[in-house]
Design a protein around this ligand. Structure first.
Ligand SMILES: O=C(O)CCC(=O)C(=O)O
Length: 202
């Protein structure tokens, strides 16, 4: 299959940002696997990070899966991957067929409700290489995904990430844009996000 071919055939949308590029399919991974299967098969952890010298509990649960030996350092912490489980491996295989890209790790995020969040950041660690392709799949509650240009903060974009959706960030998106999942206190249901990456130099 041609790279990103489904963009034409399955209600995919290409979003061109100034110095960035997104692809979005609202319901590509619906029902397979179920939310419960993912919830039960992922080994969720509470994480503590030191931010400006202060220890803080991360406002979501996380897990890292990937190929043997892959590790990823961010916010001063070395994250060692757990070997792929069957559910994640199936998703990874499907994702690689759709995108024509290879991924060797996945950050899993569990937002237990709308009080959980992820602050502004970009996935620009050197281990991801230049212009990384980041593939993000969502299950469960719909949450807003905000993007903001680094030097022109009035340039913003918002996507409602629905259950079963696939968002791909590519090109120079991580160089010029930051993104976040803001708190939405009215949301009571959980959401799982799987962010597939290819880590080099491991
Ligand atoms: O939960 C999401 O959709 C965002 C995840 C994210 O930004 C990340 O893993 O870097």
């Amino acid at each position: 299959m041609q790279q990103f071919d489904l963009i034409n055939s399955d209600k995919g949308e290409s979003i061109v940002l100034e110095g960035g590029e997104l692809l979005y399919w609202p319901n590509l991974f619906n029902g397979k696997p179920s939310f419960k299967e993912l919830m039960d098969s992922i080994s969720w952890q509470e994480e503590t990070l030191k931010i400006y010298g202060v220890e803080r509990v991360v406002p979501r649960l996380v897990a890292w899966y990937g190929d043997e030996g892959v590790h990823y350092r961010y916010s001063g912490v070395d994250h060692i991957t757990t070997p792929w489980n069957q559910s994640l491996l199936k998703i990874k295989t499907q994702l690689e067929q759709i995108t024509g890209e290879q991924f060797n790790s996945c950050l899993c995020n569990l937002y237990r409700n709308g009080q959980d969040s992820m602050g502004w950041h970009s996935d620009n660690e050197k281990e991801l290489g230049v212009n990384p392709v980041i593939a993000s799949i969502s299950y469960g509650a719909t949450r807003n995904f905000h993007l903001k240009h680094r030097v022109k903060p009035k340039l913003r974009h918002k996507i409602s990430l629905t259950s079963g959706s696939l968002l791909i960030m590519k090109g120079q998106t991580q160089t010029h844009w930051v993104h976040q999942i803001p708190k939405e206190p009215k949301i009571l249901e959980p959401r799982i996000n799987l962010t597939f990456r290819n880590i080099i130099n491991h």
